[in-house]
Design a protein around this ligand. Structure first.
Ligand code: ADE
Length: 227
């Protein structure tokens, strides 16, 4: 999968994909993330990519021209399955969106800054809008990093059995059950017996029960979607 990210601050995205599972996805040739500096498409030598908003009001708006030129330039090289705009007024990102996006080949992500991008770019180029939650970040880069991480780790072949995504929280609208590792007794705090008895069926039933219980107390809204 290729993910191109357009940003006025691409340095913010240098580190998130250079480690751990994202690095493994890259090294296995399963995920290529490229960042593109929108300032290279500025309308003048001062690097201008934004301007005051029509109608007045505080905050700058990202100009049509650099964004349109950059998107059209990238589209000459690749056909994108989705052109995604990171914005707090988009639909809230969730596991099901991550699952769907992980099956695509080429994604283009646009990071907004300031008051956001001119509405005409949203109307004519953007095919998908994503918010990562009901709060406002200073730019779309960290939100894009969250989305790319959630997508990248579930691209088929990235995780091995040990780290399988199938048992993650949210994959079946249930939170994951509690987990334990050695030692079986730490300061007198014991691992539940059932996990030590070596009966996979009982362990599975216990985990499901724990997942249900956790979801009921912490996220009852998820259970409504479960049946
Ligand atoms: N840009 C600023 N805030 C954001 C958010 N919550 N989600 C996605 N993009 C954003």
């Amino acid at each position: 999968m290729l993910i191109d990210i357009v940003s006025v601050a691409p340095e913010l995205l240098d580190s998130p994909f250079a480690h751990s599972i994202m690095k493994r996805a890259h090294d296995k040739g399963l995920l290529q993330v490229r960042t593109h500096n929108l300032r290279n498409w500025a309308i003048n030598k001062h690097g201008q990519v934004d301007d005051y908003q029509y109608g007045g009001g505080a905050g700058m708006v990202m100009l049509c021209e650099p964004l349109a030129n950059m998107i059209e330039h990238l589209q000459k090289e690749h056909t994108y399955d989705e052109i995604i705009y990171m914005t707090p007024d988009g639909p809230t990102f969730n596991q099901s969106m991550a699952n769907q996006l992980s099956l695509k080949n080429n994604l283009l992500i646009i990071c907004g800054h300031y008051k956001g991008i001119d509405q005409r770019i949203r109307d004519h180029y953007i095919t998908c809008e994503i918010s990562i939650g009901d709060y406002v970040l200073s730019g779309g880069e960290l939100a894009a990093a969250v989305v790319v991480d959630a997508i990248g780790r579930i691209i088929p072949g990235v995780l091995n059995d040990e780290t399988s995504a199938l048992t993650d929280s949210f994959q079946d609208n249930l939170l994951a059950p509690p987990v334990y590792t050695r030692p079986a007794d730490f300061k007198g705090w014991k691992v539940p017996d059932i996990l030590l008895q070596g009966d996979p069926k009982k362990v599975e039933a216990w985990r499901l029960e724990q997942s249900m219980e956790r979801t009921k107390t912490r996220r009852p809204d998820l259970l409504k979607k479960w049946d």
